[in-house]
Structures are given as structure tokens and as C-alpha cells.
Design a protein around this ligand. Structure first.
Ligand SMILES: Nc1ncnc2c1ncn2[C@@H]1O[C@H](COP(=O)(O)OP(=O)(O)O)[C@@H](O)[C@H]1O
Ligand SMILES: [Mg+2]
Length: 306
């Protein structure tokens, strides 16, 4: 997206009518007010971004986003396609580091600690801040191995002959981990009798819950979800939504969704990004949907554009 569709420097009004100037469809040259994103909440902030900018080459995808995300709750990121939701989400566990053209300026802290500083262990960071993607992407392995693969790779679990010979076998721990993670993801009852079956034989909704279980197996504190239900049918979607709601008792969940009803149903607070990578308004979900401050946010929510 180019920067030319909105300019924050001018809060243009038509001198004859006093009405805001119309620019592109449904948008006005409204100036974003700092208090619109100054969300006050009880409890601790888990993640805090400050003046975060992301560039892909010359393309400025995220513009100076400052946002505090409360712990143990569901934060929804909404906004039209291309406004930078996925980009912002990926900043929260440094997933954008994998994109060659991406450059990130500014700060993100997790429990008060800067994640964009030298020496941060990215494997550890991504264990603490897990991610679930739009299309379920289980490994082409057994259901059990999908859960235990990560912890094994990181040396948290050892099984097999050598481990047995060395007296370091964690087979029981592995079983416990598999069961706990699958139960947490509300999948255990459906798969407990076929843990050795290939995960690719599960339905789409089951595969997505397996991916959530896999993320939970590394004992994260935060779960980032990028449109986790957009490829699923309504019943599978509703199971994922119930699950997200339950997970927020223990975890901090940040979810991107283009489905506004979904954001309204499952989130505690909602952040609205608009074209140009700007965070325009952030607050209690009820307030954002019922009585937003920004005209552009109201236009977006009422379906006038996007
Ligand atoms: N890997 C990438 N390389 C270059 N540009 C990208 C990349 N990912 C996203 N963009 C651009 O950044 C902007 C924001 O994209 P994205 O974060 O995917 O938005 P959203 O998730 O809200 O649809 C878009 O203009 C998009 O084209
Ligand atoms: Mg996206």
C-alpha cells in the first residue's frame, strides 16, 4: 500500500461546508488523536510496542504503532486487507526477522524486556510467544509427534534407545505432555485412540486445534493467531472461538481477524488498523464496536469500506 491515500499532517475540512474532505472511499482526512489509542486497563501489560515502524524495502507497512497488550486476555487486531495486521503480529515474536526486505524500528517489550536487543535467543522467544497461522500446517507426522517434535528438538524431552540406555528416557513425560497439550486444545477426546495416525488425516478444524496444541506444548505465555479460523467451516470456527476464550484464562492471546463478528464475540479489547499501517483506535471491544471515536473506524465497522 502506498502512503498517498492518507495524510496525517493535514486535517482537511472543506471551507465552504466545514465537512471533512473525502479522500478515498469511506475515508476522511481525519487526524488520529493520541487518546484514541491510549487504552487504560486493570492488570499488567504483557507486550508493549512503542513507536514501532516496519518497512519492506521502501514500503512503510507499520507506522509508529504504540500499543499495550494486557496479559491473560484476548486482543483482536482488525482492519482492511493490507493495513499491516499480520506484519504487526509478526513483530511480537520477531517473525519478521525471517523476511529479508523487512526492517523494524522501535521497541517491543515482553514482560518489560526488550525483544529487539542483541543477544535475544529467538528460539526461546518463540517458545514463549507461540504462533498459529491461517491455514493449519501440521507436520506430515503422527498426531503424537506433532506435539512432541518441538520439545524433543529442543532437548526438553529425550526418548528412544539411546536415552533408555543412558537412563534419560522421558517417555512418560512425553505421554503427559501430549495428553495435556491435546486436552488444552480441546482435541484429546477426538484423537486419544489414534495418536499414531498421520495428522494430515484429521479434518481442517482438528488440524488447527492440533497446531494450537503444538504451540501450547512449548509452554508459551503468549499465543499469536493470524486469522486462525478463516479457512474453517462455521462449526469448526465456533470450536476454535470457544477454545480461544478458554485459553485466555491462562494465556495472553493476540488474534488477527477480518471477521468483525468474531472480534466482537471473542475479544476483550480491539485494535483497529487502517490503510497505511496506522493504529487508529484501540480500546474495550464493546466501546470500539458500539461507540468508536474515529469516524473512519465507525465507517469501517459499519461496512462503508474495507
Ligand atoms: N513479506 C512481505 N514483503 C513485502 N511486502 C509485504 C510483505 N508482507 C506484507 N507486505 C506488505 O505490507 C503491507 C501490510 O501487509 P500485511 O501485514 O500482510 O497486512 P494485513 O495482514 O492487514 O492484510 C501490505 O502493503 C503488504 O503488501
Ligand atoms: Mg494478514
Amino acid at each position: 500500500m502506498s502512503e498517498t491515500t492518507q495524510s496525517q499532517e493535514t486535517s482537511g475540512t472543506d471551507s465552504s461546508t466545514g465537512q471533512p474532505l473525502q479522500t478515498v472511499a469511506g475515508e476522511t482526512e481525519e487526524e488520529t488523536r493520541p487518546e484514541w489509542i491510549d487504552y487504560r486497563f486493570d492488570g499488567a501489560a504483557k507486550l508493549v510496542s512503542e513507536d514501532l515502524d516496519v518497512f519492506y524495502g521502501d514500503d512503510h507497512a507499520i507506522k509508529g504503532v504504540s500499543m499495550e497488550i494486557p496479559e491473560k486476555s484476548v486482543t483482536a487486531l482488525i482492519g482492511p486487507s493490507g493495513c499491516g495486521k499480520s506484519t504487526f503480529l509478526r513483530c511480537l515474536n520477531r517473525m519478521n526477522d525471517r523476511i529479508k526486505s523487512a526492517r523494524i524500528d522501535g521497541s517491543v517489550t515482553l514482560d518489560g524486556e526488550e525483544i529487539y536487543q542483541d543477544g535475544v535467543n529467538l528460539v526461546e522467544l518463540r517458545k514463549r510467544v507461540g504462533m498459529v497461522f491461517q491455514s493449519p500446517n501440521p507436520f506430515p507426522k503422527s498426531i503424537r509427534d506433532n506435539i512432541s517434535y518441538g520439545p524433543r528438538k529442543h532437548g526438553d524431552i529425550e526418548t528412544g534407545l539411546l536415552a533408555r540406555l543412558l537412563g534419560r528416557s522421558n517417555e512418560e513425560e512425553e505421554e503427559e505432555l501430549v495428553e495435556r497439550s491435546l486436552r488444552q486444545a480441546a482435541l484429546w477426546d477426538e484423537v486419544k485412540d489414534r495418536l499414531d495416525d498421520n495428522a494430515l488425516g484429521l479434518s481442517g478444524g482438528q488440524q488447527q486445534r492440533l497446531c494450537i496444541a503444538r504451540a501450547l506444548a512449548t509452554d508459551p505465555q503468549v499465543l499469536l493467531m493470524d486469522e486462525p479460523a478463516s479457512a474453517l467451516d462455521p462449526i469448526a470456527t465456533s470450536k476454535i472461538e470457544d477454545l480461544i476464550h478458554d485459553l485466555a484464562e491462562e494465556y495472553t492471546v493476540v488474534i488477527v481477524t477480518h471477521n468483525m463478528q468474531q472480534a466482537a464475540r471473542i475479544s476483550d479489547q480491539t485494535a483497529v488498523f487502517l490503510t497505511g499501517g496506522e493504529l487508529v483506535e484501540y480500546g474495550d471491544t464493546d466501546k470500539i464496536f458500539e461507540n468508536p471515536e474515529s469516524q473512519r473506524v465507525e465507517d469501517y465497522i459499519t461496512g462503508k469500506f474495507g
